[in-house]
Design a protein around this ligand. Structure first.
Ligand code: T1G
Length: 704
């Protein structure tokens, strides 16, 4: 398929890039573009050239799917096309609308001038993929927008509106009209002036405070907490520094060497995996991409507590009217007041305006009557986590809601099929499992019941995108994907304490691995009574699988975590700092004694191997059972709902990186220990993949 359309308008050749969906500069487009430019340069009747994309996309950059090692070397490379433009003996103007990112912007920097639409989105976001602009962007952009601004844009991967750059030399014009016509005008003006045409590379860097600017940026990056991007950020800085320390050609050479090094880094491989994983989740096998989507113009939320209020805010933030229903006026007033206070806090930080607050509150209709939900297109219940309570809610909704309304539960573990069976419309029932705070957390587990229709599924996937969530489809089981995995992760952490590790050793080892907070500190923060109640529920439903938990002893001695001033650690009043506590150590010692466990030395490596290994093993079981569609979906859940360190790409990607054979060896060792819990048994998927010398990503590709 031709990826370039060539036309001439009198004496100007206009070359339109057209490689859906974002004009990514893969080899086909680079080749066609190179040929089209050569054709225009060879045509004596052509006095100037304009290169443009579509309204939506000038170009989304290099084709990330081509990455696997060093930058693609199949000629024409991007650098070759840029040099072809830069050295042309006829003026070339880039006409930019829509997105102009990464290699797309670098292509435009090879032109002699650029014209952009005010709404065009401009940036060099390569750092977010763990690399750096490798098409000359670190050398050319500073020459047009200045060192400090370029450093910020490149090291933070900022994407900004073209209008915010109209005070720089990046664009000859920033227009709110037909950019091709404006570009043709600019091209003709350049042609009239005659050769030679200014090349960006020839612009001198006039930066008297360059070293101070570089040092300030270096210090800022040194304090960065984003371990996933830190290596790339530091190298972005060094590459940009080449604009003041090196001749242009040497700066380009350094840039190329640095990007090729970064391409091989584990951080970049992880971030590129995440990029595609977070897009793959929208593809549901067996559900046609053109499945109809129902209109969601009004949403009902039942329950104005923490979850219900957050869910309502998610909808209001997207401009979707919400009817919020509670059982009592007091609960309703409290819920509405909390929503309004949250918005006012956000406005006080300047993130939204007072007008935004008013608009969003105007979309909120408080109510005490289910009857007010009769016109809702979707109703989400966030009532008490009890099956009988929820069944009663669904029964009422089924009687009141209009035909075609979708009925969803925010339950974090209850059986959606059971709830669906209480209605006359099981096809319209599913789970929408938001994560607290629901108006902040990006993850949404869409729990698909046996009878959930494809239309309802795609409607909710579309709604998720509309409210800025990353939705992952999960099957029905206790804990769906994330909570089922975190239960194993937490149990592994507790098990390590029983075997001899101090709470702070477990937390510190996992924080060194990259978690922002270890599982025991996290437990103290969330409240140990939550896990306690869950285990009590399990004990009632499956007494044979119950076993004594060390955390239960803490709770039964009133140590609920931060909320009670002590848990695994102790806390000074008003201070969240976790302080190792001899009283907790005594409780742990007595627990070990009661179980007849002699404490042993535990290494930090074992802490990581057990806790992350437990995640990988449970994730493999979730795949075997079809609860998750792909290993990369599990990564998306755990990255966006449980703060798995992005530099490791997710538990399943990490398993492939260290090798499933190592994961299996660890699991076999853990499950062979005396008294080992049954869930340490290696998942059969891991065993079979190791036997076949396959990775999880290969398994995923085979099933795509
Ligand atoms: N390469 C390949 N595919 C891409 C792509 C890219 N650069 N950008 C998007 N896609 C695919 C994406 O996978 C999805 O595919 C579809 O397009 C729609 O994307 C030398 C080395 C451009 C802002 O980092 O930020 O240039 O799932 O769902 O929300 O210096 O995509 O439909 O099959 O995200 O409208 C630098 C990455 C590359 C930009 C559009 N560029 N992309 O967002 O749609 S490295 C980037 C984005 C580089 C040079 C270096 C966003 C977007 P599918 P989408 P969207």
């Amino acid at each position: 398929m031709q990826t370039v359309h060539y036309e001439t308008r009198d004496d100007v050749a206009v070359i339109h890039m057209n490689r859906p969906p974002v004009n990514s500069l893969g080899h086909p487009l680079r080749k066609d573009l190179h040929e089209a430019i050569a054709r225009a340069l060879a045509d004596a009747s052509v006095k100037a050239l304009v290169v443009t994309g579509t309204d939506k996309a000038f170009s989304g950059g290099a084709d990330i799917s081509e990455f696997g090692g060093p930058l693609p070397s199949t000629e024409p490379r991007l650098a070759s096309v840029i040099e072809q433009m830069e050295s042309a003996d006829k003026p070339i103007v880039a006409a930019i609308s829509g997105i102009c990112l990464g290699g797309g912007l670098e292509l435009a920097l090879g032109a002699h001038e650029r014209v952009a639409h005010v709404q065009a989105r401009i940036g060099l976001p390569e750092v977010k993929l763990g690399i750096l602009p490798g098409g000359g962007g670190t050398q050319r952009l500073p020459r047009l927008v200045g060192l400090k601004r370029a450093l910020t844009m490149i090291t933070e991967g900022l994407i900004v509106r073209a209008s915010t750059l109209s005070d720089t030399r990046l664009f000859a014009q920033v227009v709110d009209e037909d950019i091709v016509s404006a570009a043709i005008q600019t091209a003709r003006e350049l042609a009239a002036k005659g050769a030679p045409y200014r090349r960006v590379r020839d612009i001198d860097m006039d930066e008297p405070n360059a070293q101070a600017i570089l040092d300030e940026c270096r210090q800022k990056l040194a304090g960065s907490k984003d371990k996933a991007m830190q290596l790339a950020q530091q190298n972005c800085l060094e590459s940009v520094a080449g604009t003041v320390n090196l001749p242009f050609s040497k700066g380009l050479e350094q840039e190329r060497a640095l990007i090729n090094m970064l391409m091989e880094s584990s951080q970049s491989k992880a971030l590129r995996h995440i990029f595609f994983a977070e897009r793959a989740v929208t593809k549901i096998p067996g559900v046609a991409a053109d499945t109809p989507i129902r209109d969601i113009s009004r949403v009902g939320v039942i329950g104005a507590g923490t979850m219900g209020g957050g869910i309502a805010m998610s909808m209001l933030n997207a401009g979707i009217p919400v009817t919020l229903v509670e059982a009592t006026q007091q609960a309703l007033d409290r819920g509405v007041a909390i929503i309004e206070r949250n918005y006012e806090n956000t406005a006080s930080k300047g993130r939204i305006t007072a007008e935004d607050v008013q608009k969003r509150m105007a979309l909120l209709t408080p109510s005490l009557a289910y009857e007010d939900l009769s016109d809702a297109d979707l109703v989400i219940e966030a009532v008490f986590e009890d099956m009988d309570v929820k069944k009663s809610v669904f029964g009422k909704l089924d009687a009141i809601c209009k035909s075609g309304a979708i009925l969803a539960s925010n339950t974090s573990y209850l059986n959606i099929d059971e709830l669906a069976a209480t209605t006359s419309r099981p096809g319209d029932v599913l789970g929408l499992h938001f994560f607290s705070p629901a108006n902040v957390m990006k993850l949404l587990e869409i729990v698909r019941g046996d009878k959930t229709s494809n239309e309802v599924l795609t409607t909710c996937m579309s709604l998720a995108r509309r409210i800025g969530k990353i939705a992952v489809v999960a099957g029905v089981c206790d804990g769906f994907i994330g909570n089922r995995m975190v239960a194993r992760y937490t149990a592994a952490a507790h098990g390590l304490v029983v075997q001899g590790a101090a709470p702070q050793q477990v937390d510190q080892a996992l924080e060194a691995y990259g978690f922002s907070m270890g599982p025991l500190r996290m437990g103290d923060l969330a409240g140990l009574d939550i896990g306690y109640a869950t285990r009590k529920r399990y004990k009632a439903s499956a007494p044979d699988q119950w076993y004594p938990h060390i955390a239960d002893d803490l709770v039964e001695q009133g140590r609920l975590g931060q909320k009670s001033g002590s848990g695994w650690y102790r806390y000074e009043p008003g201070n969240r700092q976790a302080i190792p506590d001899p009283q907790a150590e005594e409780i742990i010692r007595q627990f070990r004694q009661r179980l007849g466990v002699s404490p042993r030395v535990v290494t930090d490596e074992e802490v990581v191997a057990r806790c992350v290994g437990a995640l990988i093993n449970e994730g493999a079981r979730i795949l075997e059972e079809g609860i998750a569609l792909r290993p990369s979906d599990i990564d998306v859940v755990y990255l966006n709902g449980y703060a798995f360190p992005r530099q490791h790409g997710g538990p399943m990607f990490y398993a492939d990186q260290i090798g499933l054979d190592k994961v299996l060896a660890d699991l076999q060792r853990f499950c062979s220990e005396p008294g080992a819990k049954s869930w340490w048994q290696p998942a059969s998927l891991i065993v079979s993949l190791v036997n076949e010398s396959k990775s999880l990503s290969q398994w995923q590709k085979e099933r795509a």
